[in-house]
Design a protein around this ligand. Structure first.
Ligand code: NAD
Length: 361
């Protein structure tokens, strides 16, 4: 028995989480998946009831759960709420308290959506890569930082790029473990030619690789990687990189696939007593412009659940089956409004997309 905490959040988060729960119910019944889930409030929905975006009770449940499925948080309704109580604070609180240091963003191009990519079809057809980004270290958090006056009337700004060996080792392990479940190749990305953190990154990854002799390791400079991602992205399997480079490269890779409504993600924590914290969520936000209209694309969230099946619940076959079913529904021409582009396609609502996926499962 596995326990999942479902946090639908705000706006379309609620709608896309509902469709994913239907998938969980279906797999529980048809495939004896044996997942128990509980729904709780987070974000603006939690603020409205409890006056805070993440209550201690929900945080406790999140820590106890085997995995967390999140919809999305946020909306203009809470724009004037104090910063530490805003919807986004709920999400940041979860990431911090669960020490989710590894962010996984797959970029998968479904055949039916080839034309949605900004690149030529032959470059992205069949693309299936994952970017593993270090999420809690590096230049976004390094101290000292600040803007100060160095002469009267003149200012300087300082950020510190800092990585500890253990931070590099643990993110490298996530990437190697992931590659084992995929195509056995890891590309480690840094700027060892000009940055000390890059030199240490490369050394530590090389050392960690000694425990993974069956995985091929390749090192690549971040600027070259940006070029390779748009020149020949299919050369990659798993890319592992720091917080800053990962931020840029994962957004770049996302555009290879075309649509925000299709992008899943996972954030993983350290493995403690055989259990690894994991938060699975779509990349998109709460889309206030279409919230409540049953127009949202639920696929990014359902694919996030597929990642949970694959990476946290050890159900690779079910994950693959779910991804294949989504591929099939798209191949048959069904599209939510964000993907709809021509008359030969069938425009469907969020819940109808859920129906179609369930029927084919
Ligand atoms: P957004 O991702 O919510 O929406 C951007 C555009 O994409 C909108 O036009 C929206 O309708 C469309 N879109 C997004 N997801 C879609 C889906 N599944 N199906 C169909 N269309 C979809 O980004 P935004 O408008 O910049 O932000 C809205 C709110 O969401 C803000 O409050 C922001 O802070 C929050 N946000 C939350 C998260 C999160 O919870 N992880 C991430 C990003 C933004």
């Amino acid at each position: 028995m596995k326990k999942i905490l479902v946090l639908p959040g705000d706006g379309i988060g609620v709608e896309v989480a509902d469709q994913t729960i239907r998938v969980i119910d279906h797999l529980n019944t048809k495939n004896n998946l044996n997942i128990e889930y509980e729904k709780e409030l987070v974000g603006g929905a939690s603020y409205d009831v409890h006056g805070e975006a993440l209550t201690p009770a929900v945080l406790e449940k999140a820590k106890e759960a085997d995995a967390i499925l999140l919809g999305a948080v946020g909306g203009s309704k809470w724009d004037n709420v104090e910063r530490d109580k805003r919807p986004e604070a709920g999400l940041l609180g979860l990431r911090k308290e669960l020490e989710l240091f590894a962010n996984l963003r797959p970029a998968i191009v479904f055949d039916a959506l080839l034309s949605a990519s900004s690149l030529k079809e032959e470059i992205v057809k069949g693309l299936d890569i994952v970017i593993v980004r270090e999420l809690t270290g590096g230049v976004y958090f390094g101290q000292p930082r600040g803007i100060e006056e160095y002469e009267p009337g003149k200012q300087k700004a300082l950020d510190t790029q800092i990585y500890f060996d253990y931070e590099i080792d643990r993110i490298a392990r996530v990437a190697f473990d992931l590659a084992k479940k995929r195509n056995n190749k890891v590309t480690s990305v840094e700027k060892a030619n000009v940055m000390e953190t890059g030199v240490l990154w490369r050394q530590v990854v090389k050392k960690t690789h000694e425990d993974y002799s069956d995985i091929t390791l390749e090192n690549m400079l971040a600027d070259n990687c940006a070029m390779q991602l748009v020149r020949n992205p299919k050369q990659f399997d798993v890319l592992v990189t720091d917080n800053l480079f990962g931020d840029l490269l994962s957004d770049c890779a996302a555009m290879l696939t075309g649509s925000l409504g299709m992008l899943p993600s996972a954030s993983l924590g350290a493995e403690i007593d055989g259990k690894r914290n994991g938060l699975f969520e779509p990349v998109h936000g709460s889309a206030p412009d279409i919230a409540g209209e049953n127009k949202a694309n639920p696929i990014a969230t359902i694919l996030s659940f597929a990642m949970m099946l694959r990476y946290n619940l050890n159900q690779q076959d079910l994950a693959k089956n779910l991804e294949d079913v989504i591929q099939k529904v798209l191949n048959e021409g069904f599209r939510t409004a964000d993907l709809y582009s021509s008359d030969d396609q069938t425009l469907v609502s969020c819940s109808k997309m859920g129906d179609l996926i369930l029927e084919r499962l």
